[in-house]
Design a protein around this ligand. Structure first.
Ligand SMILES: CC(C)(COP(=O)(O)OP(=O)(O)OC[C@H]1O[C@@H](n2cnc3c(N)ncnc32)[C@H](O)[C@@H]1OP(=O)(O)O)[C@@H](O)C(=O)NCCC(=O)NCCS
Length: 235
């Protein structure tokens, strides 16, 4: 079985397992409300790099377009609570979003920001510099994951769309143990430029939230943990 099919089978199996166990629910509540820590990798990619082959065999027609206010309805299914914030961001001169639709449903989206971007959760500013963009909220609808959609979407984004926007490099961050994201950025030639710690204490309205460069030992520990979960996960 191909790696992608295995990944699909794996996620289907966890869905079939149904409701999360009591222990899992306690673990999630603890992470959400009490104490949360993750290690984030900062990475950069030059748009001049060639895009990797593959990713066309998604078994569906992916329609891509730049988001406008008229897409409020498209976001309703998955992002209803965020629609007002999205519409506000679309008014900005620096932010824009690209959508990918399959059969009229929002299947993938990603946001881009020219110039410095203040992440509202991390309370950290990402500055891509001149002719650069910060990209965030790369997301594929759970119904379409592990089928090559993000790869197909990003191939067009990096080969045609961002160069046409006058952007020649992008920077982003991803959690060191987010295997699909680590693999996706690695496939597109992102180079790691640094690391951040992200702590949240006492939930969303925490009294301490910080980001700072991580030490080498912690980076190695997280990478080893991710490799243990999926030996193919990190290249
Ligand atoms: C990360 C995400 C965008 C990837 O989208 P996707 O359409 O599933 O990605 P693709 O099918 O194109 O696969 C990309 C890579 O991840 C791998 N992958 C995908 N799902 C996987 C899984 N569950 N386990 C292991 N690897 C997986 C693929 O094999 C592929 O690796 P390869 O290029 O070495 O073959 C999607 O999982 C997602 O939306 N996650 C939630 C939001 C998130 O974490 N966003 C990232 C923020 S930076």
């Amino acid at each position: 079985m191909s790696e992608r099919k295995e990944a699909t089978a794996k996620s289907a199996a966890s869905g079939a397992a149904g409701v999360p166990s009591f222990a899992e629910r306690v673990r999630r509540a603890w992470r959400r409300r009490v104490w949360f820590h993750e290690l984030l990798c900062l990475a950069q990619r030059e748009c001049a790099l060639p895009v990797p082959p593959g990713g066309e065999e998604i078994g569906a027609t992916l329609v891509m377009r730049r988001a406008t206010a008229a897409d409020a309805t498209v976001w309703q299914e998955s992002w209803a609570a965020k629609v007002p914030w999205y519409l506000e961001r679309l008014k900005s001169e620096t932010e824009f979003c690209w959508l990918g639709l399959v059969d009229g449903r929002l299947a993938v989206h990603c946001w881009y920001n020219r110039g410095p971007y203040r992440d509202p959760v991390l309370k950290h500013t990402f500055d891509p510099g001149p002719r650069g963009a910060y990209f965030g909220e790369g997301w594929v609808h759970p119904d379409f994951r592990a089928g090559g959609l993000a790869t197909a979407f990003n191939r067009r984004i990096y080969a045609e769309i961002l160069p046409a926007e006058g952007i020649d490099h992008v920077l982003c961050y991803y959690a060191a143990d987010n295997i699909p994201s680590v693999k996706l950025q690695a496939r597109f030639g992102f180079v790691e430029t640094g690391w951040l710690h992200h702590w949240r204490i006492l939930g969303r309205h925490c009294f301490a939230r910080a980001a700072m460069p991580a030490g080498r030992e912690q980076v190695a520990k997280v990478a080893a943990r991710s490799r243990a979960k999926d030996p193919q996960g990190i290249r």
